[in-house]
Design a protein around this ligand. Structure first.
Ligand code: 5GP
Ligand code: 5GP
Length: 241
């Protein structure tokens, strides 16, 4: 009798542990009210190409950004190439300026807004949080979402890796495979390059996609490449000085 009781207690404990573990795992991978995802695209834009397109640009109220890549966003994505968006369905976690106190100076430098009319950045950052950040809120709260994104900008050091390989923003054309190889040599992961067109129809380097693991700790090889417009074999690297 005693043996039966100990066995039942053991089995019940085992069931409780298994159910608890399953729920813990579930909370990280699937949280329907806040969305769920497999990895992030970390996307940076080249201001020279953003401005030198038929839509043009407006410098932010803080002035002309430096000649450097700047952040577009950190976007949760699925391994099958689809992605969640606008995950805060009940408006419980809208963009809140007070959550990024102390980060805004750095954001104005690393994450400037280039759309027209000129802005101070808050509209752009709010859009990025509401559309993308809310889908990874089970892993990164608002402050850590912006902090991590700034961290990956500095860590990627894209322009330096390109210049180390002799690739400069000097309006010259470069082989796309050389640009990719320069970034891969510097970071150990393969980027995806997106191009747009200048007013003369030249193919120019516009955005660089890198992948970041689900917990936002490290760059990873992309599980799937984005659908953004691929570059032709030769790309112009616009100056922005
Ligand atoms: P476009 O259609 O101009 O390439 O992208 C418009 C917007 O859709 C992007 O700025 C981004 O917010 C979102 N988007 C486009 N492609 C992807 C993608 O592959 N993954 C994610 N997460 N968002 C994307
Ligand atoms: P997405 O394409 O990420 O869905 O949308 C980007 C939104 O942010 C657009 O409404 C765009 O006008 C605005 N925006 C403001 N500043 C910038 C910028 O510097 N780059 C990009 N790509 N979008 C910006």
């Amino acid at each position: 009798m005693k043996l039966v009781r100990s066995c039942s207690a053991f089995i019940i404990s085992l069931v409780i542990i298994v159910v608890y573990e399953a729920r813990a795992d579930h909370s990280l991978s699937r949280k329907p009210d806040r969305g769920y995802y497999d990895f992030f695209y970390f996307v940076q834009q080249w201001p020279g190409a953003y401005c030198d397109s038929k839509w043009g640009c407006c410098f932010p109220k803080t002035g002309k950004p430096a000649e450097d890549f700047s952040i577009h966003g950190l976007w949760p994505n699925f391994n099958d190439g689809s992605y969640p968006q606008n995950c805060d369905h009940f408006n419980r976690n809208p963009f809140d300026k007070s959550k990024i106190i102390g980060l805004t100076k750095r954001m104005q430098v690393e994450w400037p807004t280039l759309s027209c009319p000129s802005g101070d950045g808050f509209k752009f950052w709010s859009h990025e949080w509401n559309k993308h950040g809310t889908c990874s809120a089970n892993v990164l709260n608002q402050r850590s979402f912006f902090q991590k994104t700034l961290h990956f900008k500095i860590k990627s050091n894209l322009l330096q890796h390109l210049m180390d390989a002799g690739i400069y923003p000097n309006d010259e054309f470069y082989r796309v495979e050389d640009v990719e190889a320069a970034i891969e040599d510097g970071l150990g992961v393969r980027p995806y390059l997106e191009c747009n067109f200048d007013k003369e129809g030249n193919n120019q380097l516009f955005q660089v996609y890198l992948c970041v693991n689900k917990l936002a700790k490290a760059f990873i090889q992309c599980p799937v490449m984005p659908h953004a417009r691929r570059c032709a074999s030769s790309v112009q690297f616009q100056s922005f000085s």
